[in-house]
Design a protein. Structure first.
Length: 191
């Protein structure tokens, strides 16, 4: 009984810390990009740049985003072990993000293009980033409308895109992603 209480107490403390952190990110109901980025840095999802900044105003690339979602899943060690040859003709095995791209692709979170390219340095769009989060949270099987409308609608229903009113082809920033990830932390996992 004591072990169960200790174990449950540990999860209660973690839950309270997450709730406190999430509420501090939403001062007056508005997402605070800086607070979201710093919280995700504390969780190890965001690592930042050599100068110590998170670059929240910078556009985010497909390779960077693949890295973030792999970290969210707790699969960074697997990504390090999967560095090397990829399925994509434009991602060299020696590329810093090849392992993350491999894992994100294996987990069916992010796909390449019809010509077997991944475009790792390309900026990621709002629709692409939302699609990956919907998949990560386990809701893709509930989508019946064509892409990207179905994914955008589901993300809106789940609250992932709350406060972000972009067109599907809008290029998102690292700050936009920080907000969407924080809002995803409040979503119950799907099937």
């Amino acid at each position: 009984m004591t072990k169960i209480l200790k174990g449950n107490f540990k999860y209660l403390i973690i839950a309270l810390l997450v709730i406190y952190s999430i509420t501090s990110v939403y001062a007056n109901g508005t997402p605070n990009v800086e607070a979201a980025g710093n919280y995700l840095r504390e969780l190890g999802v965001f690592k930042g740049y050599e100068d110590g900044s998170l670059g929240l105003d910078r556009n985010i690339t497909r390779a960077e985003y693949a890295t973030l979602v792999v970290r969210m899943m707790g699969l960074e060690e697997r990504a390090k072990n999967r560095m090397g040859t990829t399925l994509f003709t434009d991602v060299a095995g020696s590329f810093w993000g090849s392992g993350y791209i491999n894992v994100a692709s294996e987990e069916k979170l992010i796909a390449g293009y019809g010509n077997k390219t991944f475009k790792p340095g390309a900026n990621i769009t709002f629709a692409e980033s939302v699609t990956i989060l919907v998949r990560l949270l386990g809701y893709e099987s509930q989508i019946t409308d064509p892409w990207p409308q179905g994914h955008l609608q589901k993300a809106q229903e789940l609250g992932i895109t709350s406060g972000l009113d972009y067109k599907s082809d809008h290029i998102v920033t690292r700050g936009d992603i920080a907000i969407m990830i924080m809002q995803s932390l409040k979503v119950e996992l799907g099937q």
